[in-house]
Write a protein that binds this ligand. Structure first.
Ligand code: SIN
Ligand code: FE2
Length: 220
């Protein structure tokens, strides 16, 4: 008897074949994080205990509606002086918590699945959204080299991800993201504008009225 692991009737929602191209160097890996959600959530609790979520202020003086924290050697911060990466949590003066092993494994497997082998993230920005929270269109460009992709993991409430072009005025595609989805963008798509529409309150079984996004980068 032959057995095809990927025959249609055996393929489930989390199959690595659920890869949607959203650009020449960008894809959505549907459900790719589902097999390791428990480890991700326990890693998140550890990170949160050592580096609490906070609302950063932009250089222009606006308080961001998304609450943020970091893990990994470098953390992304914003204040009146600008946007940058740093080795210490400015709230505590301590190094950012280490990236939990499950985070690193998922980031590397996602990048490889999307065609970017050898990804070595040194920064993980953790975003927390509540109903009404949005993230306006921006480029991720504070990293030292753009050779590595961005890997972005969605947990909790669904959201609409905006994936624009290389100019802010380019029309953005609206991509629905749910718990467990991973988006990877790199190569020619590395500097595309992106953002998140204001979240609706559609509580999630594990996370309630919250959405957590883990964004992995090679920053240093
Ligand atoms: C980000 O651009 O840092 C986050 C994107 C998201 O929350 O999906
Ligand atoms: Fe971003």
């Amino acid at each position: 008897m032959t057995f095809d692991l990927f025959s249609d009737d055996l393929e489930d929602a989390a199959s690595p074949r659920d890869k949607e191209a959203i650009g020449p160097g960008a894809s959505v890996l549907r459900g790719f994080a589902l097999p390791c959600v428990d480890e991700l959530l326990s890693g998140l609790r550890e990170v949160e205990q050592r580096a609490a979520f906070r609302h950063l202020v932009t250089p222009g003086g606006f308080t961001m509606s998304v609450a943020m924290t970091n893990c990994g050697r470098l953390g992304w911060i914003s204040d009146r002086r600008g946007y940058r990466y740093g080795e210490h949590d400015p709230e505590t003066g301590l190094p950012w918590p280490a990236m939990p092993a499950a985070f690193v494994r998922l980031a590397q497997a996602s990048a490889a699945e999307a065609g970017f082998g050898g990804f070595e993230p040194d920064a993980c920005l953790v975003n927390r959204y509540e109903p009404g929270t949005r993230l306006s269109l921006h480029q991720d460009k504070d990293e030292r080299d753009y050779g590595a992709p961005i890997v972005s993991v969605s947990l909790g409430m669904p959201a609409t991800f905006l994936f624009g072009g290389l100019a802010r005025s380019d029309k953005a595609a609206r991509i629905p993201l749910v718990h467990g989805d991973v988006v990877v963008w790199g190569g020619p798509d590395r500097l595309r504008y992106h953002g998140v529409l204001p979240l609706e309150d559609r509580p999630h079984a594990l996370l309630g009225s919250r959405r957590i996004n883990l964004t992995f980068r090679k920053a240093g």
